[in-house]
Design a protein around this ligand. Sequence first.
Ligand SMILES: [Zn+2]
Length: 659
Amino acid sequence: MSEKAFPVKIGLEVHGYLDTCEKLFCMCRTDSLDSETNSNICPICTGTPGSKPMAVNEEAVRKMLQIATVFKSKINMDKLVWQRKHYDWADNPKGYQTTLSGAHAKVNAVGGKFKGINITELHLEEDPAQWNPNTGRINYNRSGLPLIEIVTEPEFSDSEQVVEWLKSLLLSLSYIKAVRKNAGIKVDVNVSTYGERVEMKNLNSLEKIRKAIDYEIVRQVENHGRGIEQKRDTLAYDESKGITIKMRSKEGASDYRFIPCPDLAELKIDSKMLNEVRASMPEMPEVKLERLLRKYNVGESDAKILTRNLELVDFFEGLVESKTVSGNVVLVHGSNEKDREKLEKGFPEQNKRNWIPWVKKELEKKGVVVNNPLMPENWNPDYKKWKMEIEKINIDENSVLVGTSAGGAFLVHWLQGSKVKIKKLILLAPAYRNKLNEKWQENNLYDFEVSEKLKDKASEIILIEYSNDSDSIKESCKIYSKILGLKPLVLKNRGHFCQKSVDEIMKLPELVDEILGKSEDINIKSMIPWVTVELLRVLNYNKKSLEDEDVDIRPEHLAELIRAVEEGKITVLKGKQIMNDFVPKSFSLADHKEEIGNISEEAVKNLCRQVIDENVKVVEDYKNGKKASLNFLIGQVMRLSERRADFRVITEVMKRLIK
Ligand SMILES: [Zn+2]
C-alpha cells in the first residue's frame, strides 16, 4: 500500500474539562473526580426530579472565551439557547444532557484556526455521570462538570499529525489554565477514506488515538479492496484487542430529540466580558519560546524543553530575573510627611510624582526590606533633624541607599560625615548648592562639599538624571558627575515637575532595576541544567511537581545556590545534594552557612591522610599503575567531607601525598 494512495480525512471532537471551581449549573466542587463515589453531588447535578439548574457558571463561560481567543474564533454574541440532548444510557439517568450544540442550537464560537487546522466550532456542555458496567453503580461526581467541545474540520491526514496537534493544543490550554490538567481529554475521532465517515467515541489517551486511527485506516482501505461499502457508523476502540467495534449506526440529530431547556436563561456574552478576557490573555507557548530565544539567548532545544511545561518555564524566568538584595533598602525622598500625603493624593496633577509606594511594593514583592523614613521638614530641611531620622535605621555594608532631590544631597552629606559604609548609593536627580541655587547655601543640609572620598563609603554609586529637570537640578547632577567621576543614567521625558503621563510617573522601573542590580553575574546557560536536569530530578524523585500546593521552591534560592557554585563557595556535588532538600520547600544558603560551605584545603589534606592510612592496599595498587584506584580514594574523601571538599583540590592533594 503506497502512501497517500487513498484519501484520508480525519476530524476531531475534543472534550476537555474546564478548570473551574464549581460545576456548570450547581455549586458542587469540580475537584472530586478521584474522590469517593458520589461524595460531591446535589439534587441539580444528579437530576433529581423537580430540581432546577442554577444560572450558568460565569467562570466556565470565561474559560470558553479564552480558548476561543487562542483559536481566534468568532464569538457568538447572540442570545444562545441551552438545549436538552436526550439519550438513554446508564450514565444519564435524567435522560438528557444540557448543551449548546445540536440541530437548533447556536454554538459559542465558530471558525478560527489552531496550528494549521481549521476549527469548525466550540461550545459548552455538561458532562454526564460515570457508569460502571461491572458494578452497575453510577458516580455523579462527574455529572455536571463543565466541558468544552472543540470540533475541527476533517483536515488531518494521519495519526501522527493528530497526536502532534493534540499535544500542542494541550500545551496551549495549559498556558491559559483553561482545562483541568489531570482530568485528561476525551476525543471523538472521525475517519473517512473511501466511504462514509465513521466516528470512534471516547478515546482518552494520545496512544489510544494513534492506534485507533491507524487501525481504522487499514480496516477501511482493506474493506474497500474487498468491495465492502463503508456506512456511517459509530465505533468503539477495544485497546486490549487493538480493534474497533461497531457500537451503533450513527444517530442523526433527530435521534437526540433536541429541545430548548425551559429552566435555563439564554446565555448572552457581553462585550465587556469578552474584552476583559482578551485583555488578560497570557503569553502562548510559541511566543514564550520566541522570547526565550531572543531575550535570554537560550538554545532552541533547551527553550523547547522549558516551554513544554508552564510551571518550569515560569520558574526558569524567575531564576534568570531573580536579583537579590541581601540587606535593606532605604528610600529618602526630598519631602516630609505632610507633603507626601499631598503627593500621594496628587495635588496639582503635574506634581503627582511620588513613585515611592510603587517602588516599595515592587521591592517588597521580591522579599526586600524597605525603609522609607519620614523626614521632619521639607525643601529647606534642617540637617540635624534629618540625621536623627536616618540614624534610627540599621544601615550597614549590605544596605542600598536611594536619595532623590534634597534626599540625595542629604545622603551624600550624611555618608561623608559618618563611619557607616554601605553597599550601594543611588542618587536620583540629587540637589546640590550651585550658582543657580545660591539661597540653599545658607541651609544646613546643603552646607557641605561633595568630595571624592564619598567613593570609599559605598561599594557602588549610581547617578540618575531626569532629562526634563530644572536647570538647577541638572547643574547639581553635573557637579556630582564631575567630582565623583560618574556617567549619569538619563531617564527620558521625566523630571521633578514636568511629566508626560501621570501614570508613568507613579512607576520607576529603572530605579527598581538599579536597586536590585543586574543578574548578569550568573551565566544563563549555566542555569539551564540546574532547571531542566537537577530541578526535574529532585521533583521526580519526590513524585512532586512545581504546581503542587505543598511545593514551594523559590527561584531566588536556586539562584543563590548556583551563584555559590559558580563562585566556588560550594562544590557542584554539594549543590546537587542541597537541592535534594529543596523539596518541598527551598531555603536560603545564608541560613545554613556553617553546614554547607567548602572545607579548607588543610581539612582536605587531613581527610586525604586518613583515607590513605585506611586504604594501604588501594594506595599500593595506584602506585603500581592502577589508575582507577585514585578515583576510589577521591570518592572516600568526598564521602568523609560530606561532599564539601572540592574535587580538584582533593585530586591535587591526593596525588601530591601518594607520589
Ligand atoms: Zn451539584
